[in-house]
Design a protein around this ligand. Structure first.
Ligand SMILES: *Cc1c(COP(=O)(O)O)cnc(C)c1O
Length: 359
């Protein structure tokens, strides 16, 4: 078996996805699972479809292309506004894209016309987190231009909160998006089919929301894979938090002083931490480093402390567990560690799909 490795339990991902899809269906909200943390891996995509997903979303055209080429046929949504250079592949591989720039949509329109297809768009509205989105007071004029473009279908509007500044997706924000949807519909006499309110950070709002809003879709990644949501730290009840873990191997284990000796400057990363003399310690080095994963996002087992890291080494200590060479240590991951380690070619990806017999 090869290390470092990520173990991906497809049964747990299936359970998490199905739970979220079913719970939000009770609130008349559809869930579009977001595959970007797993780079559109076809095994995960199929797991999500088996769990009930009717559409999949990803931020990268390459990931969506990968799903198309591996025979994933459900509609696919591109959730980052396209670059000019991508419009031809966007209309080829993506059924629907999130957009905020009229010049991009005009190019999508030309590319779609050339390819003799129609391309669907959702227009993102800025609600205060200051990432993507048109300003709310521009929405009517913007939509007027969009609906005039050939080979472009306006499917709805959406918003994204939390990712940049942690602005919460609450009743007020969701009502604002709903009001904008109403205004667009009455101005142009059209029906907006999709009102996509947000990401995993919206789950608790959606599960608790009683007041009816127009929100009928969420784009969910993190909650499916990690069983938790970004704003609230406590995990979501009923979801697995250990669907994906990272295991690395000890390559050196020694009793050493805790205090370095010699003339001291900054380390290779320009850091110079204050070091306490804790006498001699039992330290071990794992074959895992900053080139592989965002170390700050790793959580070690309770009796093990992560002390420091370099490009290729992770140094841990334990007062209780014997840290022997060759032993494997399993970590849980936060979003940053998941994203970085899934994207690393140095980390083996192992899919456990035995119980449900996924092919
Ligand atoms: C990544 C992303 C999502 C999913 O976010 P999670 O926090 O993983 O649920 C949704 N929408 C957009 C636009 C995104 O970029």
């Amino acid at each position: 078996m090869n290390y470092p490795r990520i173990d991906i339990d497809c049964n747990k991902i299936y359970h998490n996805a199905q739970f979220i899809i079913n719970q939000l269906a009770l609130k008349s909200i559809s869930v579009t699972p977001v595959t970007k943390v797993c780079l559109g891996h076809p095994v995960i995509a199929q797991t999500l479809i088996d769990a009930g997903a009717k559409m999949l979303a990803d931020s990268r055209v390459q990931n969506i292309q990968r799903m198309v080429l591996s025979g994933i046929t459900v509609p696919k949504m591109l959730i980052r506004t396209p670059m000019f250079s991508q419009v031809a592949s966007v209309v080829k591989y993506c059924d629907i894209s999130l957009n905020t720039e009229i010049d991009v949509i005009k190019r999508l329109s030309c590319a779609a016309k050339q390819a003799r297809v129609n391309h669907d768009v959702i227009i993102m509205i800025e609600l205060g987190d200051l990432r993507e989105g048109i300003m709310p007071n521009h929405s009517i004029n913007f939509i007027r231009e969009v609906i005039s473009l050939p080979n472009i279908n306006l499917r709805g509007i959406g918003s994204n909160l939390t990712c940049r500044y942690g602005i919460a997706p609450d009743d007020e924000k969701m009502k604002q998006l709903s009001d904008i949807a109403d205004e667009i519909e009455s101005t142009f006499g059209i029906n907006l089919e999709i009102i996509s309110g947000g990401n995993s950070a919206s789950i608790n709002w959606a599960l608790a929301h009683r007041r009816s809003t127009r929100i009928n879709n969420l784009r969910i990644g993190e909650a499916i894979f990690l069983g938790c949501v970004p704003l609230e730290q406590p995990p979501i009840e009923g979801l697995h938090q250990d669907a994906i873990t990272l295991t690395a191997e000890i390559i050196e284990s020694k009793v050493k002083p805790s205090l370095p000796w010699g003339k001291r400057g900054e380390n290779a990363f320009g850091e110079k931490d204050i070091i306490q003399d804790r006498g001699v310690v039992s330290q071990a080095i794992l074959a895992l480093g900053r080139q592989d994963v965002c170390i700050a996002g790793l959580k070690a087992p309770d009796d093990i402390n992560i002390i420091s890291s370099t490009s290729d080494h992770l140094i841990i200590e334990s007062a209780r567990s014997p840290l022997v060479v060759g032993a494997k240590i399993r970590f849980s991951l936060d979003y940053s560690a998941l994203l970085s380690s899934m994207s690393s070619d140095f980390i083996y990806k192992f899919f456990n799909k035995s119980k449900r017999g996924i092919t």
